[in-house]
Design a protein around this ligand. Structure first.
Ligand SMILES: O=C(O)CCC(=O)C(=O)O
Ligand SMILES: [Fe+2]
Length: 344
């Protein structure tokens, strides 16, 4: 067990959320201090299966089929893969990152209190009852439908409008446009996007993981599965994402050209457990901050999620029921149960 003295203090103008204070109120119990119990465990670093999406548009049917087969195999063996030639220019991704950083640079009090982006700002974990449930991060969790609403920007309408009154083709809107474009064009999710998920139900989550020097092996984001259909992730070069593979945590090696795609709980249920919604987490970095953007493809709340195969592993449920159950479990126990609740 190891705990460095808490030295960081908040000032009024800082952009940092008071993670130290919130964490400090949990870590009085020495037995709870170690966030990741397996500190001594050596984590293997791996490259995710790499899919060249341009093959899905090839004239050669064999190449298209081979690409689809590689996606299916990665989705069942890893639940994760990375895609290159995804159709989003590096410039656009770079611009998106710059705008994300600007957003997080706003003073904490503005992020937390001005209703920015429909009160979508989250930090730490106010519900955590132990250090193990604490996430050393801040995030904007934004329904896509809110992004173009003026009211959503509150006092910070300058984020949406440039000085000349034009709607800025940047910040959150840039993020969402790029992800939407990717999910439409990728082929990976064309059917899902068109028939099951639509723009009104998708979420964009902008994550920032501040550098964390008070405690090694701190979770940036606690272990979880995604409660959506499919997630598209754009991470920076810092690293820290880990996923469960063959009952071991493996660290994902960042690839500057690639976007990461992972299967969510609903896709696992829909595929009758053929594709896996795999547990993953983020470890905070002791020296540098890290940024990522996750785009969650979700169906409407009344969509029935049921397997097309018999015998079905899960009862049929709506996305609304699933979400409600997840929220109830988190409220009662501090963590999500997820799909096992819906086993037949
Ligand atoms: O930041 C990352 O690499 C992962 C983010 C994530 O898992 C999430 O937002 O659900
Ligand atoms: Fe996730």
């Amino acid at each position: 067990m190891y705990l460095r003295p808490i030295t960081e203090k908040m000032t009024d103008t800082t952009s940092h959320p008071p993670l130290v204070d919130q964490y400090g109120s949990l870590s009085h119990n020495a037995s709870q201090i170690q966030c990741d119990g397996n500190r001594s465990q050596v984590i293997e670093e791996c490259e995710l299966p790499l899919i060249d999406l341009s093959y899905l548009r090839s004239q050669d049917e064999k190449k298209r089929q081979a690409c689809a087969a590689a996606i299916a195999s990665a989705s069942s063996e890893w639940g994760f893969f990375q895609v290159v030639n995804h159709g989003i220019s590096p410039n656009l991704l770079g611009e998106m990152r710059k705008e994300q950083m600007k957003l997080f640079e706003l003073p904490f009090k503005n992020k937390a209190s001005c209703g920015l982006l429909n009160d979508s700002y989250r930090w730490g974990n106010p519900r955590a009852t132990s250090a193990k449930q604490f996430s050393w991060s801040e995030a904007f969790h934004i329904p896509l439908t809110m992004i173009s609403e003026e009211a959503c920007y509150g006092e910070l309408s300058s984020l949406r409008y440039g000085s000349d009154g034009e709607i800025r083709n940047s910040n959150v809107q840039t993020c969402s446009n790029s992800c939407r474009r990717f999910s439409r064009e990728s082929g990976t999710s064309r059917r899902v996007f068109g028939e099951v998920c639509n723009e009104s139900t998708c979420f964009l989550r902008l994550n920032r993981y501040p550098q964390c020097s008070i405690q090694p092996e701190m979770f940036g984001l606690v272990p979880h599965t995604d409660s959506d259909f499919l997630t598209i992730l754009y991470q920076d070069q810092v690293g820290g994402l880990q996923l469960m593979k063959d009952s071991k945590w493996v660290a994902v090696k960042p690839n500057p050209q690639a976007l990461i795609v992972n299967i969510g709980d609903l896709f696992q249920a829909w595929s009758n457990d053929i594709y896996k919604s795999v547990e993953h987490k983020v470890m905070a970095n002791e020296k540098v901050e890290r940024y990522s953007i996750a785009y969650f493809l979700c169906p409407s709340y009344d969509s029935l999620v049921g397997s097309c195969m018999e015998p079905s592993v899960y009862k049929k449920f709506t996305f609304g029921e699933f979400r409600k159950q997840v929220q109830e479990d988190v409220k009662k126990t501090g963590h999500k149960v997820g799909l096992p609740r819906f086993l037949l």
